[in-house]
Design a protein around this ligand. Structure first.
Ligand code: SAH
Length: 253
């Protein structure tokens, strides 16, 4: 299935978020990764200017967020839900790794809508909430300090969703375009330049063809590593020609 379509089938559900700033951060996290469906279960404070501020350019996702009264309401119509928990709960699904679980989430998204379910900043998800989910994930962290900020946890999972939806190679802006690039120089253009260089360094006395040493092979290796472009060859030859004008040596051959 088309990656964008798959991502559009993922709901991000925040259960009882306390801080409006985290709701805004979550909206931004969704949008940066191409997700758009935010569900809020009993948010303490929403809408709120702090949420707008933290969402910055993602207020569209924020304003379209569905505010619902319970987790089952947020999961209505979903075929699969993953709980995000910093620790294993007594009941609830066995905790899995984000990457594997997201792969499963996307496979399920082929069937219908799916959800990532996040808990409250202070108390996390309740056991009851976890039991509404078919899988659970802990983001691997420093064991001595394992709890991420809610917005950060949402960002990590949304990133994994994007990577998985695009088979690990999402397009990036301006991909493959190098500013100011010109076409690659051909073999004969590079040879022409090296010949020109050799004649200039011979004329200046820097290089003695009677005792060649390693100078030319080293310069050849240097320019070979540089993967010269046509424009660059023209510039370098212009530089060489300008030294020839100064020293009164015309280009030989
Ligand atoms: N003190 C809470 C953590 C709250 S952080 C607890 O111990 O559960 C708010 C939410 O962010 C969590 O409910 C969870 O959904 C998500 N989260 C934070 N750190 C996480 C981690 N390491 N792995 C998975 N989810 C995490």
């Amino acid at each position: 299935m088309n990656p964008e379509l798959l991502l559009s089938r993922i709901r991000v559900v925040l259960c009882r978020p306390s801080h409006p700033g985290n709701i805004g951060a979550a909206a931004r996290a969704l949008k940066t990764m191409g997700l758009s469906n935010l569900y809020l279960v009993q948010p303490k404070q929403f809408p709120d200017p702090e949420a707008d501020t933290r969402a910055t350019g993602a207020v569209d996702v924020l304003y379209r967020a569905q505010v619902v009264a319970s987790l089952p309401d947020a999961l209505a119509g979903c075929v699969f839900a993953v709980a995000l928990s910093a620790r294993q709960r007594d009941l609830g699904p066995v905790i899995g790794q984000p990457r594997e679980t997201v792969a499963r989430l996307l496979a399920e998204a082929e069937q219908g809508e799916v959800a990532l379910v996040f808990g409250n900043e202070t108390v996390g998800l309740s056991n009851e909430e976890i039991l509404h989910c078919q899988a659970a994930v802990t983001i691997p962290t420093n064991p001595e300090f394992s709890s991420l900020n809610l917005g950060s946890a949402v960002q990590v999972l949304c990133y994994e969703c994007r990577m998985a939806a695009f088979a690990e190679r999402p397009p990036t802006g301006g991909q493959g375009v190098t500013p100011f690039a010109s076409p690659a120089a051909t073999h004969d253009e590079v040879e022409g330049f090296l010949g020109h260089l050799e004649s200039v360094v011979t004329d200046t006395g820097f290089y003695n063809p009677e005792q060649p040493g390693r100078l030319m092979p080293k310069l050849r290796r240097l320019f070979s590593r540089a993967r010269l472009e046509k424009d660059e060859i023209n510039i370098l030859r212009g530089v060489l020609a300008s030294t020839q004008v100064k020293t009164g040596h015309g280009r030989k051959g």
